[in-house]
Ligand binder design. Structure first.
Ligand SMILES: *Cc1c(COP(=O)(O)O)cnc(C)c1O
Length: 428
């Protein structure tokens, strides 16, 4: 019997329903001012690498030591990604296999701690990440987590508190790194505290990796035992994770990622990470990282000028936290209204938040995506104006009765779309 014809239609033909949904998501990303601090636009080259035959291949193990045949090209690809990651961040060792930031963090813990050990991290409501020991995370379930926060007076990291807790609890590992902290982090000071208390230092630069790579935020690499990151936030790569570490931890980290936590690496993501690392080594990326910081400062100034309160009064990095308590607005309602107006951001807890985590008092705003579209400091007044208008609109309607049909929404949305439409979105 003859083999049946090779039927291999494109996505549009094979699955029009799904194709249509993706097309609409493309348009949504094109038509909105995307201010979610953890998001970005990956380049066409990065997107292209993710959609390749590499997704077909199993490659459990590491280059030169695999459990499968056919590694002629997957090995050189992973070696290239490792070489570039080491070069980009000046690290002794890189593991490019973590599926994402959370598995990278779990791998770091698996490598350096035993279940039940004490670990320390910044609490989620203060701006830390779930995986730094928050109670509902595996890292809070399998480890005894001690959480530090920010100072009440100025909402900044309280190194005296970190030191006091570290000396009291003697954690095996201390996390430094955040998802919603608008200020520069002093990694050297954390290293000092870790040394004093006999702890490993793990730095999680998921949010700021692109700023570190671009030289506009200090690097934790000289100070930390292990550095973890995502590759899809300010770094502008594919969704994925990366672990950098000192030579002495190389074996433990590799063993923790595979076979400790994961099976076969996602080779298409590895390839796209290699592309992103290459892009991040170009002079244009340094310019991008500088522009991110410049834009964030400019947007912060423009928001402050409109009477909007910012946690810590401003920003040193790519993000800021808007405190809505004096506007009588819940973060969730505000975020929903702004989203309907084409300004995409997320509700976020602020330190010492009087409201619940599900409907907190803050909004998190980041500029990595709009900077990737070419917006400059001079455009931040327009962006701040849209945010302010949206917030006033949100305050003018009843939270429960609100729908996107509200009078002010469509006109504002049209202006947002017209403005942002002038800036081409990379990759789309
Ligand atoms: C985003 C983030 C992570 C988790 O990354 P995922 O890829 O979503 O798993 C970890 N740590 C910090 C600080 C983050 O901001």
């Amino acid at each position: 019997m003859a083999g049946h014809a090779h039927h291999d239609p494109d996505l549009k033909t094979a699955d029009p329903e799904l194709f249509d949904l993706i097309e609409r998501e493309d348009a949504r990303q094109r038509d909105s001012i995307r201010l979610i601090a953890s998001e970005n636009y990956a380049s066409r080259a990065v997107l292209e690498a993710t959609g390749t035959s590499l997704t077909n291949k199993y490659a459990e193990g590491y280059p030169g030591r695999r459990y499968y045949e056919g590694m002629d090209f997957v090995d050189p690809i992973e070696r290239l990604a490792i070489k570039r990651a080491k070069q980009l961040f000046g690290a002794d060792h890189a593991n490019v296999q973590p599926y994402s930031g959370s598995p990278a963090n779990l791998a770091a813990l698996l490598a350096l701690c035993d279940p039940g050990d004490t670990i320390m991290g910044m609490s989620l409501p203060s701006g830390g990440h779930l995986t730094h020991g928050w109670k509902v995370s595996a890292t809070g379930i399998y480890y005894k987590a001690v959480q530090y926060g920010v100072r009440k007076s100025d909402r900044r990291l309280d190194l005296d508190q970190v030191r006091a807790l570290a000396l009291e609890h003697r954690p095996k590992l201390i996390w430094v790194g955040h998802s919603a902290y608008p200020r520069t982090v002093d990694f050297a000071a954390f290293a000092e505290i870790a040394k004093e208390s006999g702890a490993y230092l793990a730095a999680d630069i998921a949010h700021i990796a692109g700023l570190v790579a671009g030289g506009v935020h200090p690097s934790p690499v000289p100070h930390a035992d292990v550095v973890t990151t995502t590759t899809h936030k300010t770094l502008r790569g594919p969704r994925g994770g990366l672990i950098l570490c000192r030579k002495k931890h190389r074996k433990a980290i590799n063993k923790a990622v595979f076979p400790g936590l994961q099976g076969g690496p996602h080779n298409h993501s590895t390839a796209a990470k290699a592309v992103a690392f290459h892009e991040a080594m170009q002079p244009a990326f340094k310019t991008y990282a500088q522009q991110v910081v410049t834009n964030a400062k400019a947007l912060a100034e423009q928001l402050l000028a409109r009477g909007i309160t910012l946690v810590t009064g401003g920003t040193d990095n790519h993000l800021m936290l808007l405190d809505l308590t004096n506007r009588g607005l819940g973060g969730r309602h505000a975020a929903r209204v702004l989203n309907d107006c084409g300004v995409e951001l997320n509700a976020n807890s602020i330190p010492f938040d009087p409201r619940t985590p599900f409907d907190p008092s803050g909004l998190r705003v980041g500029v990595p995506s709009i900077t990737s579209r070419g917006l400059l400091a001079e455009h931040m007044a327009v962006v701040a104006g849209f945010i302010d208008e949206g917030l006033k609109g949100a305050a003018s309607v009843d939270t429960d009765g609100y729908t996107a049909e509200a009078d002010f929404v469509a006109p504002l949305r049209a202006r947002v779309q017209e403005f942002i439409g002038a800036f081409p979105a990379p990759g789309l």
